[in-house]
Design a protein. Structure first.
Length: 137
């Protein structure tokens, strides 16, 4: 088994793409637009062989009639390796400057990582980490 596809169900596709682009994912501007410039319900990028997608609630309701957004905190968490402790701090600063929530400011965790947690626009926890002792490049 190889994890090949991870998708986020989102209420506001452009805002979610902005969050993950600000975090550092290689999402082109206008990734949610088709060739005619009309908004689509799906956007996708490939990072290190993993396909990461964002799908609107409207699209999910087409695929799964009756679907409703969760009303409590989710049980799935994603984490991004920032490469260096300094980049953890920088990523959090970029997110805050763009108006996003950093719910746990960067700190040196007892397990040996610089660690922080942000919330994407749909309330998903997004952890950002780097191993302590890694030199800034």
């Amino acid at each position: 088994m190889i994890l090949n596809y991870l998708s986020f169900v989102v209420a506001d596709l452009p805002r979610s793409l902005h969050f993950y682009r600000t975090l550092g994912l290689p999402i082109p501007e206008g990734a949610h637009l088709n060739a005619a410039g009309a908004a689509e319900d799906h956007a996708e990028v490939s990072v290190n062989g993993l396909r990461i997608a964002w799908e609107t609630e409207a699209l999910i309701r087409q695929v799964r009639p009756g679907w409703t957004p969760p009303t409590r905190e989710g049980r799935l968490n994603v984490a991004f390796d920032a490469g260096t402790p300094a980049e953890v701090d920088a990523a959090c600063e970029r997110l805050k400057a763009a108006g996003f929530i950093v719910s746990a400011a960067p700190y040196d965790a007892f397990w040996g990582q610089r660690y922080a947690t942000a919330q994407d626009p749909d309330g998903n926890s997004v952890d950002i980490f780097a191993w302590l002792g890694q030199a800034d490049l």
